[in-house]
Design a protein around this ligand. Structure first.
Ligand code: NAD
Length: 371
């Protein structure tokens, strides 16, 4: 029997609808080649939802997302909905709301350098050889969610004896939170090259010491076949630009992951090529790392490859269709190797006749999938 997968599509705003069309085209080609059926249900999110319903995350959207086998989100936001009125609905509320509503505690961001695009990075080509890593960031705990306050400093005195305000944020992690994100990282490593760097600041922070303890416990009990390396976050920041090919899976807490994933993403030199997966215990969500690019929306020039790489992650993590995921990644690689570029990744050596728009780039990938 042909397996059927229900996908909730959230095209959102700006270039979102244009790149969503390309994702559907690719999934249909994959369905034909690998004998699977994809059912699409489109729902409103972000600015488009505000225009239609007055809220960035309508109840029907969350219900549709929860009922699906996977969610594919393009991008939300744009100047139309920018407002200084604190009570005005904002597109980002849709994004945060759906992540929270689906309980997505693990953010996975692959950083892979396509040979054909090595020149797009600010790093020397020789430093980039073999870079293919996956950052696994804890998304719902730590400093961004712990107790915080701004209050009058009644005990201490500031410089010159003046009492002022003080503020604090607290980094809290429970064993449960560390265990579940560690498992995601070890599982991912098993499907890759079998190595996890667990990044912390255990020489200073108590929360990091608990992190390290729990990661080792999960490793020793359940994943002894995976290589585990502890690394302090300041060292990781340096190693990412010194010798990035040493990393396979990088497991880290929320704030360190926020910073390191932006640093690592720039190894590729191109926003239009980065995908992400957000996983919880239920339906997962896949989205490109870029925004809605309002400056080029509607022009048919957006790069659909980050969206297609998000589809690759969906095939892997939600549907376990690894062969199909490899075929999609291979098709993208082949298109780039043949010199085809959208405007954002075109270099000085790109032939003008090889610079294509959104739809033509999608067609080229589909052709190779079918070939
Ligand atoms: P952006 O990522 O939308 O665009 C930054 C630059 O990169 C622009 O010049 C844009 O044209 C280009 N770009 C981005 N994606 C591209 C693609 N696929 N192909 C070709 N060029 C691409 O970031 P921004 O301009 O800071 O934000 C625009 C809007 O997107 C804002 O409203 C912001 O809040 C929103 N945003 C949404 C998300 C999301 O949906 N996850 C993420 C970031 C920003």
């Amino acid at each position: 029997m042909t397996p059927t997968y229900r996908i909730c599509l959230l095209p959102g705003d700006g270039i979102g609808p244009e790149i969503t069309v390309e994702a559907v085209k690719a999934l249909e080609a994959i369905g034909r080649r690998f004998g699977a059926r994809f059912e699409f249900r489109e729902a409103l999110l972000g600015g488009a939802a505000i225009d239609a319903t007055g809220t960035a995350l309508p109840d029907e959207t969350l219900a549709a997302a929860r009922a699906a086998d996977a969610v594919l989100l393009a991008a939300i936001g744009g100047p139309k909905w920018d407002s200084t009125d604190p009570d005005a609905p904002r597109p980002e509320q849709g994004l945060l709301g759906i992540r929270k509503g689906l309980g997505l505690y693990a953010n996975l961001r692959p950083v892979r350098i396509f040979d054909a695009l090595v020149g797009a990075s600010t790093l020397k080509p020789e430093a980039l050889a073999g870079v293919d890593m996956l950052i696994v960031r804890e998304l719902t705990g730590g400093l961004y969610f712990g107790p915080r306050a701004r209050e009058r400093d009644v005990e201490g005195a500031g410089a010159g004896g003046v009492r002022g305000m003080r503020a604090y944020d607290t980094c809290v992690y429970t064993e449960f939170e560390v265990e579940r994100i560690a498992r995601k990282a070890f599982e991912a490593a098993r499907a890759r090259r079998g190595r996890v760097h667990s990044v912390d600041k255990a020489n200073v922070l108590e929360s990091s010491r608990l992190w390290r303890e729990v990661v080792h416990r999960v490793h020793d009990a359940e994943y002894p076949d995976v290589e585990l390396i502890d690394q302090l976050v300041d060292n990781t920041a340096m190693q990412l630009v010194r010798y990035p090919a040493q990393f396979d899976v990088v497991l880290t807490e929320n704030m360190f992951g926020d910073i390191l994933s932006d640093e690592a993403s720039m190894l590729t030199g191109s926003l239009g090529m980065l995908a992400s997966a957000s996983l919880g215990d239920g339906t997962a969500l896949y989205e490109p790392s870029h925004g809605s690019a309002p400056d080029i929306a509607g022009q048919g020039v957006a790069n659909p490859l980050a969206m297609l790489l998000s589809v690759e992650l969906m095939l892997r993590y939600s549907f376990a269709m690894h062969e199909a995921a490899d075929a999609l990644a291979g098709a993208i690689e082949a298109v780039l190797a043949d010199g085809w570029r959208t405007r954002d990744i075109a270099g000085p050596d790109t032939l003008p006749q090889r610079t294509v728009g959104t739809s033509a780039m999608g067609d080229l990938v589909v052709e190779r999938l079918e070939g």
